[in-house]
Design a protein around this ligand. Structure first.
Ligand code: SF4
Length: 222
């Protein structure tokens, strides 16, 4: 697809969708990491609720969470679902960061991006999406995290091939857009996917970019 079509779609989405308010919040890298783990497969509201509850039982630092019992973490984040897996991922990440990096992620985030991604992904509980979220949000490194909405909307809009894997989606999107727009692209594709380009029943008639969409919901199960 052409960069021109991608630029037009981005411009329209920018004019029609609001960015989340929390985007202005300046979280520490470890806080972003914990929030990203909690946010998997749940809504923003549930993520915030669980994160706030966790903040009440423990400081959100690697040292504090490494010392917090798994039961306490599980109970605090229950509202976000998959709480056993997520609690384990949080605890493991906290322990690893504490042991391997003395509790500080900043030196890792300052490495060249590919090295930083690889280093983050060596921490148990951190996959490519979480690594990319931490790098983009906390280190302003040039990457586009691909969550379920970014993946689906990108494929429906023809930004990437329908069978593209995580890395192909991420790299193709990065080639299509300017580096300065990576954060906005990530957020707008999520907002569009949640509101209009839904997984099962995309609202193509109400979609502000339907004139540029090659599938118009044909591939509804993406
Ligand atoms: S036209 Fe339909 S499938 Fe295409 S982006 Fe809009 S909502 Fe999604």
């Amino acid at each position: 697809m052409s960069d021109d079509r991608a630029a037009k779609i981005l411009q329209i989405l920018k004019h029609n969708l609001a960015l989340p308010l929390w985007i202005k919040a300046n979280h520490e890298p470890f806080e972003t990491l914990v929030m990203t783990i909690i946010s998997q497969n749940t809504t923003d509201q549930n993520t915030i609720k669980a994160y706030k509850k966790l903040s009440k039982v423990s400081q959100i630092t690697s040292k504090a969470l490494a010392e917090t019992s798994i039961d306490t973490i599980e109970n605090a984040i229950k509202s976000a679902g998959l709480y056993k897996t997520k609690a384990q991922a949080i605890k493991q990440a906290a322990q690893t960061i504490l042991e391997r990096y003395n509790g500080a992620l900043q030196p890792v985030l300052s490495l060249p991006i590919d090295q930083a991604r690889d280093t983050l992904m060596q921490i148990k509980g951190i996959g490519p999406k979480t690594a990319d979220v931490v790098l983009l949000f906390s280190a302003k490194q040039p990457t586009i995290p691909v969550d379920t909405h970014v993946n689906r909307v990108s494929k429906r809009l023809g930004f990437v091939p329908a069978k593209a894997d995580y890395e192909t989606v991420r790299k193709n999107l990065q080639l299509l857009f300017n580096t300065k727009d990576y954060l906005v692209v990530h957020l707008l594709l999520i907002a569009h996917g949640r509101k209009i380009c839904k997984a099962l029943n995309p609202l193509c008639d109400r979609c502000v970019v339907n004139m540029y969409c090659p599938t118009k919901g044909d591939s509804v199960k993406l």
